[in-house]
Structures are given as C-alpha cells and as structure tokens.
Design a protein around this ligand. Sequence first.
Ligand SMILES: *Cc1c(COP(=O)(O)O)cnc(C)c1O
Length: 391
Amino acid sequence: MHVYLDNAATTKVLPEVIEAMIPYYTEYYGNPSSFHSFARDAHKGLDDARRTVAKCLNAANPSEIYFTGGGSEGDNMILRGVVQAYRKKGNHVITSKIEHHAILHTLQELEDKGLITVTYLDVDENGLVDPEAVKAAIRPETILVTIMTANNEVGTIEPVKEIGAVCREAGVLFHTDAVQAVGHIPVDVQDMNIDLLTLTAHKFHGPKGVGAVYIKKGVRVPAMITGGGQENKKRAGTENVPGIVGLAKALEIQTANLEANMRKMTALRDKLIAGVEERIKTVHLNGHRTQRLPNNVNFGIRYIESESILLMLDLQGVAASSGSACTSGSLDPSHVLLAMGISHEEANGSLRMTLSEFTTEEEIDYVLEILPPIVQRLRDMSPIYPKGGEE
Ligand SMILES: *Cc1c(COP(=O)(O)O)cnc(C)c1O
C-alpha cells in the first residue's frame, strides 16, 4: 500500500486542473500585457480566473482578487504592505502564537527593524484564539489583526467571523491566512468580516507556486514586488497564466464538491481518531475535537519521537508528518503545540495525518493496523517509557 496522509503539506493536482492548464502552455501562451490575439486569449484566462475566485470567496468584486506566487508571498505582501501604508495611523499589530511562520517570521522581522510592535495572543489548550482577547489587545495605534482561519498543524478552526466583527467595530483591518481553509471549509469574506485574506492553490489540488490574496476595496496594500504594472500595480511580473487558470479550476471544483468532501473526510477522520484512541494507550488528540478541519488528525504519542514513527510509517508506505513541513528536519518542538500548553516531551512525539477526498477507508484500516505495533516497538526501545506497561 502507498498511502498519502500529508495533504496539509501539499496535495495532488486534479487531472481536470492539469487539463485546464495545458492550453495556456501550448496555445494561449501570449503575454497578457502584449497587444495581439495570443495576449487577449491569455488575458481572458486571467479575467475568468479572477471572476471564479471572487465568486468562490463571495468577494463583492473580482478586482479585489490579486494573484501571487503562493501563500508565503501573499502573507508577506499583506503584512509588509499594510505596515507600510498605515504607518501614519499606527504601528501595532495583533496576531496569535500559532500562526504559520510566513506570518510569524515576517512580523518578527518588522519588529526587529523597529517598524512595529506585535502582540502575540495566547491560545487555549485546543488552539483557539478568544475574540475577547483580540478586543482587549486593540489599542488606538493598532493597524492590523492577523489570525489564521484554520491551523495547519492541529486543524483547529478559529472563530474568524467573531474576530472579524471585533475588528470591524474597532475600525482595525483584519487579515486571515486562509491557506488551510479555502477549498476545505466554507469561506465567505463578506459574511466573515474579512478585509484581507491569503490562499494558495497547492493546498486544494491546484499547482504549486501560485496563490491569491483578497484585498477589500479601499484597503491599501502597496506592491512588494515592483516592476511592471501587472495585477493592478500590486504585484509586478508576467503572470503565471497556466498556474492561475489551474488555481481557479481547482477552487471551482473543490467549492462545488465542498459539502460532499467534508462529509466524506469527517467520517474517515473520526474513524482514524477513534481507532488510534482505541488501539494505542497514552495518546492525546492535539487540536479541537470538533471545531476542526475535516481532513486533520494530530496525535501526541508519548514516550517516542515523531521522526522515528515517520520513518517506520514510511517504510510501510505511509506518508505522514510531525506537523508543519517547515519545522520538520529541525529538532525544535512545534511552536503551535507549545502555545497550546503541551509539554516539550509530548510535543516531540506529534504525528499529523492529513486526509484528502481521495483517502479511502481501506487506507485508514491499513494505518490502524500498522501504527499500533510501530508505536509499541518504539516504546519498548524508549528509555523514558515506563516498563511493564503504562503508568
Ligand atoms: C502552506 C501554508 C502557507 C504557505 O503557503 P505556500 O504556498 O507553501 O507558500 C501559509 N500558511 C499556511 C497556514 C499554510 O498551511
């Protein structure tokens, strides 16, 4: 068996998406900025894609969608842009301790340069940000609140609509990194009081290296990449037309199938969670049990190291993760798990398994068959495992 359970890191591209992209490499390959029929065809691809993305997010106007080179770029563009454009209004930004590094490292750099001060909000043991804590942290000089829609490691879905309402009331801009949410759960920028949003195609079965940001009309985000006048002067560079067309196609398909996919994955997710809890002792489900992405399972497995489990799972054909792809390879425990109050020891034994709509029940059964003996073997070798059974 070959089982892919690392869909929070990236997903496979849908065949329909590849099919939609190909003509933009082979036929409509003109530069959209040129003046001829090849350019017009390419430009139409861009316009259609922008309209599709706007519709899927319920943006008021397609002109509020700007294409980027992915999620990290989108987060950078918005944070750096807002800090620059609103520096006369203030220099305070509010975020949470469990954001993606594209947010945290960018804010850290802006802070180190002396451009902003940042409030890093705590989360509860389930990884939830409290809208009241956001409200309490807002100061007269606050220009931006950035809280992710759903966490990439533990799958907790944040009360974004409530946080957005708090920001609206206080007249503070609200950005959400919706990279793990778009195409996975309903995201409606108007209903959820969102001013700025980041998404990336490769997390919902689109191509890698292409993303989009939603910038509500009237919000100022100057260009980070300067040069040509593409993307309404907000992002220079010849557009990745095939990638953008693929992004829109993937989002269109995932939006049309959203309810069915959510139902299917939630059932498999809950089967996997229940199966692990039944078969393995001393495990802890990381993240909120119900307010959780339909595709996310993350367990703390005490007395062993993530790397050893991942290695042995991989030997048996199962691709999983310890959490964020960016932190694996380093020995630092996850900042997300630590912020949730989980001990270093338990954070070192985290196992994230993220499903897609292509995940089958047979695959889940297979994982439930091979995982318990792997854990037992590693625990038997672990110097910290209480011998003769569980405590
Ligand atoms: C994957 C991810 C990103 C980064 O997106 P890229 O397209 O890989 O740059 C940002 N935020 C979150 C929450 C993610 O999961």
